[in-house]
Design a protein around this ligand. Structure first.
Ligand SMILES: [Zn+2]
Length: 213
């Protein structure tokens, strides 16, 4: 049998002796009562941008969807496989979360691929190119901006993509209705992995600003 990675077994041992041991009553309570997180976070699969770490969240506190470049597709009930929309539906209809946070991050490989489809390490492949076409219109506009540096273009698209995803959240009829009724709030945030800075989208101006923490 193939050996399960030692690094994972070591990590699991530390988890059991540390975080699990400290929170075992909470884990037991969650096992008996089920989960009831108030917040859904849609984050990138990038190994450097884990929302539970960044928001210091314990078990049961965050419902998390992670995909390439933290994107929400538009509402498309077309019978195809929609992993992100299925998890979104569960969070909204069953868990009845009160807040949805779309969290982007700096140096996102998916966003870099959208700006330059030939960029390493991501190539269009069978799935990423199609998935990243969700931001193609914005990417094409930003690509042609020669006043900005490559890094500025990337940060710009990372943030514009967050706004696109929030707009796509509103294409889901139940989310749109809940937001209009004041029962759900949609947020954007962007995490700079190199400095640890967290920027939050202002609901009025749609600009990203650094909150007081
Ligand atoms: Zn990313």
């Amino acid at each position: 049998m193939q050996r399960f990675p030692n690094s994972l077994l070591d990590g699991y041992r530390n988890f059991m002796n540390g975080r699990y041991a400290e929170a075992c009553d909470r884990y037991k309570m969650l096992a008996e009562n089920g989960q009831s997180p108030n917040t859904l976070v849609i984050a990138c699969s990038d190994s450097r941008a884990a929302p539970e770490l960044i928001f210091d969240a314990g078990p049961g506190e965050l419902f998390v969807i992670r995909n390439v470049a933290n994107m929400v597709p538009p509402y498309e009930p077309d019978g195809h496989f929609h992993a992100t929309s299925a998890a979104l539906e569960f969070a909204v209809q069953v868990l009845k979360v009160s807040d949805i946070v779309v969290m982007g991050h700096g140096r996102c490989g998916g966003i870099r691929a959208a700006l330059d489809p030939n960029a390493e390490p991501l190539s269009p492949g069978d799935f990423i190119g199609r998935w990243m076409s969700l931001v193609r219109p914005a990417a094409e506009q930003i690509q042609s901006n020669e006043v900005m540096t490559a890094a500025e273009r990337q940060t710009a698209l990372e943030r514009v993509s967050i706004r696109n995803s929030i707009n796509n959240l509103r294409s889901f009829p139940d989310i749109k209705a809940l937001e209009e009724a004041g029962e759900i709030a949609l947020h954007g945030t962007w995490f700079d992995i190199s400095t640890g800075e967290l920027w939050v989208m202002d609901a009025e101006t749609l600009d990203f600003i650094r909150p007081e923490v």
